[in-house]
Design a protein around this ligand. Sequence first.
Ligand SMILES: [Zn+2]
Ligand SMILES: [Zn+2]
Length: 239
Amino acid sequence: MNIIDLHTHTVSSGHAYSTLEENVKGALRKGIQILGMSDHAGSLPGAPHVFHFHNLKIIPEYIEGVRVLKGIEANIIDYKGTIDVEDELLDKLDYVIASLHPPVITPGNLEENTDTLIKTIQIPQVKIIGHPDDGRYPIDYERVVKAAKAHDTLLEINNASLTPSGTRQGTVENSRRILELCKEHQVSVILGSDSHISYSIGDFDKCLSLIKEVDFPKELIVNNDIHKLKKYLKKDLDF
Ligand SMILES: [Zn+2]
Ligand SMILES: [Zn+2]
C-alpha cells in the first residue's frame, strides 16, 4: 500500500485548482497518510511569492490525521544545476523537489542536461528529482541513476507524466528505462502523483503498471514505508 505522496500542488501554484484542505480530503479518500505540498517556486509563471513558503510554518503538522509535509518544487534555472530557492528558505522546508520546466530552462543537449541534473542532485537539500522522464530534456539515465545512488537523492516516477494527456514527451519509455536502471543498480525511487487537483492525490496507477511490467522490486519503492522514506529526508524531520 502506497501511503505517501510528496508531489502535490495547491491553488497557490497558479495552474492548480484545490486548496490544502481539499487536498487533505483527497489524501484521506486514497489512504495517503503523508501528504507533501510542493507548490512551484518563483521562476514558473503564476507561482506564489516567496512569502508563501516562509509562512508554511503556520500550517499544522497534522490535518484530520494526515501528516502534512511542507515542501517546494524548485526550478533548475541553469546548466550549473542551480535552483531558484535561496539557502535560508531551503533550510526551513521539510523537503525539496527540483525539476526541469519549460519555459524556465531551455533544453540543452544530452550531455548538458545530464550534467545539469547531476549537479542538482549534489545539492544536499534536494531530496527528489521531479519527473526526470521528460523527453524534451534528453538525459543519460545511467549516469543520473548512479549519481542519485551516490547522493541518496530520489528519482521520481511521475504519474501525471504517464497519463496520455500529459505534456511531457517520451515519458513511458523514459520511466521504464529509469526503473530498469534503478532495479539493476539497486536504487530507490519515489512515486509522485504531481496532482494539480485534489481528485488525483495518491494516484499512482500509471506508475504501478510500469512497475509491474519491469518487475520492479517493491523494496525499492519508498512510498509504501515511512521508515524507507525517512532515510532520504532530513534527519531531524519527525513524521
Ligand atoms: Zn514539475
Ligand atoms: Zn509538479
